[in-house]
Design a protein around this ligand. Structure first.
Ligand code: MYR
Length: 185
């Protein structure tokens, strides 16, 4: 019988990570499928996924700030970079790039070439209006809301609809100045 090669700790952890990622992807797929069954209308499912993402985003920001050690961003450009490079890495295991800035520095695109949410996914023709990854736009909107940035997040490109990449447009609508709650006097 061939000897069984012992697996190193790294190999075991890599395997656990892969299984976790697959489980996450499949679980998300099951949620979307259930919403499609329950709500029937694709537009309603899009709204629901966005809302679920928003609810996650407003909670996830605490974990993000605690774990990432990022300090306050000086402007929205830096915030967008942090989302793409640190946020996506932390919660999805991939990094994204930021591009297409407008002149004011308030609108940009986050481009996702690698998107683990859509592994194993193919949209049937009758679901072409579905924004399958709408949970992500909601997460970003919710997280930004919690750091006093009201934003609109829209899908411009979607690889499940035949585009080459996923592109999310993030538009900063309003930055609410944060007030220190106590007066120094
Ligand atoms: C600041 O306080 O100025 C820093 C703000 C950083 C906001 C980062 C939001 C992270 C959102 C993670 C999105 C993950 C999507 C999978």
């Amino acid at each position: 019988m061939a000897p069984v090669a012992p697996r190193t700790g790294d190999a075991i952890f890599a395997n656990i990570e892969r299984v976790n990622a697959e489980l996450f992807t499949l679980t998300y797929g099951a949620i979307v499928r259930q919403l499609l069954t329950d709500l029937e209308e694709v537009d309603e499912v899009n709204k629901q996924l966005d809302q679920m993402g928003y609810n996650i985003g407003i909670r996830l920001i605490d974990e993000f700030l605690a774990k990432s050690n990022v300090s306050r961003c000086v402007d929205f450009r830096e915030t967008a970079d942090v989302i793409a490079k640190v946020g996506f890495k932390m919660f999805l295991g991939v990094t994204a790039s930021v591009t297409n800035w407008d002149a004011e520095g308030t609108t940009c695109s986050i481009i996702l070439e690698d998107n683990p949410l859509v592994d194993f996914v193919e949209l049937p023709d009758n679901y072409q209006g579905l924004y399958y990854c709408n949970i992500l736009s909601g997460v970003i909107r919710g997280a930004l809301d919690m750091v006093s940035m009201k934003a609109e997040v829209t899908w411009l490109r979607d690889a499940l609809r035949g585009d080459d990449v996923f592109e999310l447009q993030v538009k900063l609508l309003k930055q609410v100045p944060e007030e220190y709650p106590y007066k120094d006097d």
